[in-house]
Design a protein around this ligand. Sequence first.
Ligand SMILES: [Zn+2]
Length: 471
Amino acid sequence: MKQRADLLVDAEVVLTMDAEERILLGGSVAVLADRIVAVGDRSSVHGDFDADRVIDAGDHLVMPGLVNTHTHLFGPFTRGLVNDLSFTPWIQKKFYLTSKGLNEETYYLSTLMGCLDMLKTGTTTFVDCGTCQGLEESAVRGVVEAGSRAMLSRTMADIQDDLAEFLDRPGMDTEQNLRETEAYVKEFDQSGDGRIRAWVCPIQVSSVSDDLALGAMEIAQKYDVGFAIHSNVDREDIANHHTLFGLRPIERFHKLGILNERFLGTHMGWLSDLEVQLLRDSGASAVHCPSASMKGGYGAISKGKFPELLQEEVTVGLGTDGPAASCYHDMFREVYLAATAHKEARLDHTLISPYQALKMATHGSAKAVLMADEIGSLEVGKKADLIALDLMRPEWVPWHEDNLISNLVYSSTGSSVDLVIVDGRIVVEDSCILTIDEQWLLREMQGKVAPFVQLSREWDQKFWPQARGRL
Ligand SMILES: [Zn+2]
């Protein structure tokens, strides 16, 4: 007798990204509630399961949803407004716009916009690194409605330095930060049917005292959540940190005893050999955001040690960064950069294969967000987070067994994605999002951008006149 499933997805290709690296031609995935209950040849899955619905994704490649380990939901209104500045003024301008411009309504819209952008390009899970204090409910509401899976990491900072100069939020008191963040984790963790994890986010290595970092990790351990932080971003970041603490960031966190598998350091472009070893030995994770580095001139490609981190089997996730940084949310473009940029920088075509880059966006990112057993591959028992890409598009044809991974990484983008399932629920079908009124959202965003443009011009005039009028 056949078993029951809610949904069967048939596809020309099923790219499992599992430990055996199985690629099934003519495969099927069976889904029951929020879980995958079968992955295999079409005939055997259909022989074992009866489903309420069968999606015939012929001419499609089905794979796990991508995991974006770094973005900022506060960013969409600032898209394209914060360019070509060095590290400190770039952060100052970003916070000037967002802390003065966002309110409950616009942060909710901004959250929906980020989710829309990610879902339609195949990202089913993401880390928001810096969920705004005071506006947390807007972010949670947006993610719940959009249907994404997310780690919403609440911003904390308690050092009033150059980076915090323009920051209206958050409050700078260490104890208050920790108290409110613990209350936030208690209230929102596991909301949205468990799709939302409420993480802690000491925002930036130089903006966080030892006490705040220690307290944040204590909360992360107590509630079994992650600890996200911007770390080792570029030369300026390392210099700022050294001035304040007399150590490189990863050395300091090692000394504090908070480097562990919950530690998610983002950018990590300037690591010493010792810091690479400390990451390896502690099980901490590094997030690679190649597009943000290339646009911001951070040095993660030309000076970074991502090939070495992979070699040392450090967990490395991929991230787009927010729309004020890289300006886009398409993780396939990030995979492309991870698979190409290091070859150029080191003059070595053997570095980071296309499949390795894909693994960073799936398995690696899933491990980095503490969900390696739940997402990141298509396997029985894992969450039903999967996407389908249309193979009959100009960027794919001709495709065949021998160029499949190459086409996926080097030729395709997130525009090929036309079906997205999160937690067993179809959220994008035939390239249309089912959870959000897309046209309404686009018009709302467009209609509410004027104050952000005004703030951008105001900042340029007051603080960085040389940035004005650049084309
Ligand atoms: Zn960031």
